[in-house]
Design a protein. Structure first.
Length: 318
């Protein structure tokens, strides 16, 4: 039997629980990269679609918290109150690979919980327009002949493009010189000039350039590149993929996460968001919290194993 004190406590807890499950009147979508980046460009129409999918009167604003390869933004969300007011919009790597690469991060695996997947990035292996390399096999043959003279560019250690290139090299039995870039435009310029033998970069950064695409890191050929083979077709089943979505701070109430998940999936179906995604070379690939979480878990496990084997891990990310 519940006593008077217990009954009073239960009654007082009901409004508090109901309040915890409400979506705040202002929701901040934290983007871990600068304004004008591809992720930022995607986040803005998504914020508008999410506003429409949430309760009437809810405001959704985009806040850029760039720095630390995306970890500054991830840390900001991880340390926020788990009340649905602060959401992370970005790629998976901040959670699945970054903790292995940087010792002393203020967050670790599990600090952010999945709400829904909203996009995928398609990565390409590209060479200059005047490159003598016509195929991936040409690049690898040249690398075997002069490994130290061969260089490739990507967005930095532990990024998806970097993991793809490293695994390709390992599977092919070659090693080359890595050149990391903080600026995608500079990476493209250096690839076009021939300063790099090739680059691993996203479809978005290549569109409108004269770079020659040798292969796609995807499960199947892409509609915009029907004649370009996948790495898997060429005998290199490299499984790293670019993907991301909405995450919230750990301990966000399940009922609130469920409401955000439903709104997130509706927003991902928005025509305006899908148009921007297509224009920027992204793929809208919505997944609910459970499959998105499973995908994150798999990448986290695989990244830990791979980065340790490559000698890049800085310790246990847990």
């Amino acid at each position: 039997m519940i006593g008077r004190r217990g009954l009073a406590a239960a009654v007082l807890a009901v409004p508090a629980l109901a309040h915890a499950q409400e979506v705040p009147r202002t929701v901040t979508l934290v983007v871990p990269f600068s304004a004008g980046s591809v992720v930022d460009i995607m986040a803005r129409p998504f914020a508008e679609a999410l506003r429409a999918a949430l309760d009437p009167g809810t405001a959704v604003v985009v806040l850029n918290r760039d720095g630390g390869g995306g970890s500054v933004g991830a840390a900001a969300v991880a340390s926020a109150r788990p009340d649905g007011a602060t959401l992370f919009f970005g790629p998976s790597g901040m959670l699945t690979t970054r903790p292995f690469l940087v010792a002393g991060l203020p967050y670790a695996w599990g600090a952010l919980e999945p709400v829904c997947q909203t996009f995928e990035n398609i990565f390409l292996m590209v060479v200059p327009a005047n490159s003598p390399f016509r195929t991936v096999a040409d690049v690898l043959a040249a690398a075997r002949a002069k490994e130290e003279a061969m260089s490739w560019g990507d967005a930095g250690i532990g990024t998806v493009g970097n993991l793809i290139a490293l695994e390709l090299g390992r599977r092919a039995g070659v090693s080359m010189t890595h050149v990391p870039y903080r600026s995608s435009p500079q990476q493209i310029i250096d690839t076009q000039s021939g300063a790099l033998a090739f680059s691993m970069t996203t479809f978005a950064t290549v569109r409108g350039t004269d770079l020659r695409v040798l292969a796609v890191a995807a499960d199947e050929r892409q509609p915009g590149l029907p004649d370009v083979p996948t790495l898997k077709e060429l005998g290199f089943p490299v499984d790293w993929r670019g993907f991301g979505g909405i995450l919230v701070p750990r301990r966000t109430p399940p009922a609130l996460r469920a409401r955000l998940e439903a709104a997130c999936l509706r927003a991902a179906a928005d025509a305006g968001y899908r148009t921007i995604a297509d224009n920027t070379g992204q793929v809208v690939a919505p997944l609910g919290a459970i499959p998105f979480g499973a995908r994150l878990e798999a990448e986290y496990r695989n990244a830990g194993t791979f980065l340790r084997e490559m000698g890049l891990a800085q310790g246990d990310a847990r």
